[in-house]
Ligand binder design. Structure first.
Ligand SMILES: Cc1cc2nc3c(=O)[nH]c(=O)nc-3n(C[C@H](O)[C@H](O)[C@H](O)COP(=O)(O)OP(=O)(O)OC[C@H]3O[C@@H](n4cnc5c(N)ncnc54)[C@H](O)[C@@H]3O)c2cc1C
Length: 335
């Protein structure tokens, strides 16, 4: 581990100024990603700006129309919060299916959004990786790529985004709030992470000195009927090979009135299916033709490698299963 400085600012503005003045600095929240990667020499910030004492950034609140979650709120606190469970149950599910109880107690929502890929070649300094060291090459293409991206990848990088919460946030039309030297701004969660293209080392739209202050989710009929399905190699303490975040509203007769979907595990960012509402409106959740069309649209342009082509049939099956689970819950609530 290389030597590094450590500071504990007491105000958000001080934290932003420190980050802006030190481009090699990184914010430290729970440390469950950052410290891990520092120990293995993959990340080596010159300065850690510990944000854990910044006031007000761990709050969870709601109005009739919006759920607000501070960036320093811990994953377990968000998962168990009554307003989150009532108004966006899929968010709670996405958190409870992530990592382990101990990690969820440590890890923050801001850090969760910004966790790095689990690509083996990124995490092992002995291999080339354009994300870790731009221009060095990509060991994963033609290598061990079972868990890597099939959508939106580039010739430089096929790493995928491993997180769960961000996938549900995208399906719920959530926003990420940022504060930087030029003030505050909000970004739709769907635009927060970037695809690799020629610069896989740039993973989000965060600018120099900006801190994530929180996320918000509009509360509506869809958010209250949301569900997160995670498909993985073992039933706990494992990342998704494929995940489906779905929010939907149903008619009395069980057909779908409106739906929003996003897929996880498949790309460097949560993969929103823009045409979901158009394809599913008026259809039943087990309508095979509609589900096939939805999967065709979602997976259009997929470029699987030798090791990860299995994700395509897995995603097709998971989309239907997620919708049908949500529909069944809806029927049970009304019965
Ligand atoms: C064994 C293991 C299993 C896991 N399994 C899962 C899983 O199944 N699903 C899942 O989603 N996650 C999983 N995780 C990832 C875990 O959820 C993240 O490590 C955690 O959420 C990161 O939060 P943190 O507060 O510890 O972030 P930190 O490690 O403190 O920070 C992570 C990154 O975010 C930056 N950062 C932190 N806060 C801010 C902020 N407010 N503004 C700007 N930048 C910030 C840091 O500089 C750093 O680059 C797993 C982790 C481990 C170690």
């Amino acid at each position: 581990m290389q030597p590094f400085g450590y500071v504990e600012p007491r105000t958000r503005d001080e934290a932003i100024r420190l980050a802006h003045d030190n481009p090699e600095a990184r914010f430290l929240a729970g440390g469950t990603t950052l410290v891990d990667l520092m120990k293995s020499g993959v990340m080596h910030p010159a300065l850690l700006i510990d944000v854990n004492r910044l006031p007000g950034m761990d709050e969870i609140s709601h109005s009739d129309r919006t759920l607000e979650i501070g960036a320093l709120a811990r994953m377990s606190d968000v998962a168990g919060h009554p307003a989150v469970r009532a108004h966006a149950p899929g968010l709670s599910e996405s958190l409870l299916l992530a990592a382990s109880g101990q990690l969820r107690n440590m890890a923050s929502i801001g850090g969760n959004l910004l966790q790095r890929t689990r690509c083996l070649y990124f995490r092992d300094r002995h291999f080339p990786c354009n994300k870790r060291e731009p221009g060095s090459g990509c060991g994963a293409i033609g290598g061990e790529n079972r868990n890597l991206a099939v959508l939106g990848s580039s010739e430089r990088c096929i790493a995928n985004y491993p997180g769960d919460f961000a996938v549900m946030l995208v399906a719920l039309d959530g926003s990420v709030h940022l504060h930087g030297p030029d003030g505050a701004r909000s970004v739709p969660a769907a635009d927060f992470h970037r695809l690799p293209d020629a610069t896989p080392e740039i993973e989000t739209v965060i600018a120099s000195g900006e801190i994530v202050t929180g996320v918000s989710v509009p509360i509506d009929a869809l958010s209250r009927r949301s569900h997160y399905l995670k498909v993985r190699d073992r039933s706990s303490y494992e990342y998704a090979s494929v995940s489906v975040a779905v929010a939907a509203e149903f008619e009395e007769d069980g057909t779908i009135r409106d739906a929003r979907l996003a897929l996880g595990g498949l790309a460097a960012k949560p993969w929103r299916i823009e045409q979901a509402a158009e394809i599913l409106a008026g259809r039943r959740p087990d309508d095979a033709a509609a589900l096939a069309r939805l999967a065709d649209v979602a997976l259009d342009g997929a470029r699987p490698q030798a090791g990860n082509a299995y994700k395509l049939p897995q995603a097709r099956a998971a989309i239907g299963r997620a919708l049908q689970t949500l529909a069944r819950r809806h029927t049970e609530v009304r019965a």
